[in-house]
Design a protein. Sequence first.
Length: 321
Amino acid sequence: MASQIARIFFIDQRIRSAGSVTLKEIMQHAEVASATAKRDIETLKYTINAPIIYDRKIRAYTYENEFTLLNYAGEQLFLFYVLARGAVQNKSYLPLSAEYARETISEKIKEILPVEFQEISQNFQYISSDYEKIDYSLLSTILESMLNRQQCRLEYLTKGKSDSIRTINPLKVICYGTKWYLITFCHKNQGLRTFLFSRIQGLTLTTKTFDPQKWEDDLVERIEGSFGVARGDSIQTATIKFYDPSSYYVKDQIWHPEQTTIVSTIEGEFVVEFQLPYAKPEELIGKVLKYGATAEIAEPLSLRDQWLEEIEKMSKKYLSK
């Protein structure tokens, strides 16, 4: 039997495509009793506020006026299912040692899939390009620390490849992109600090406790200002130009919600230009370098100079070998 979400999407899609839907059609399509089908209609009407009415002339349910809230909802749900199924099947995303648990979750996710899409669901596949492995002993310590509000002793590998030892209060775990970060109150610096999972060399519990609510407001500000190309204290606007063939690949990409995309043809070449806010030059430069010679940082000049310096460093380092 399809889930209520899938059944509601069927009712909406049927009304939009055929103009109406009967109780019998709902029952046959979803293999449910009339009482269940009627509850779905009530949910659609009173919870989702759809203008659904029963038309006695045609003896079917229809919309009294235009309703667009659920347009393409089934298609969107289908893509969610593909992504969720892919994550479940990736053992690094869902590291369950018991295979039956993975299968159980997969079956539960499948319940939300619209019935009409089930037959072709295997034609869609989500494959992650990269991901960071998790040290589960580290994760276990973080979970225990947060549950019992215990401080921890952290051994951390700095960028200078030296170990730093400090006492921390684990407050928040963030997965940004493919990397995992631990946001803490650091007693050494007397402020919030963010640590990359992959650089944590050791984490042990202490007997001292802490109150996490003390840093709730600061955490919100920290998260909003720490992750993403436009997160930070000093926001500037960057202009990035993409040329063939990358211009075709990125034309529909969104790197930031406030991004402006300009498409043009210059001397017969298809060019895509991004104008977007940024605060972390290193992160934005790294994203642009992925596209090699087909992407260029045009403005501001300070950011362009940093990008060119990085290219020069790479050239000197590897061409001299």
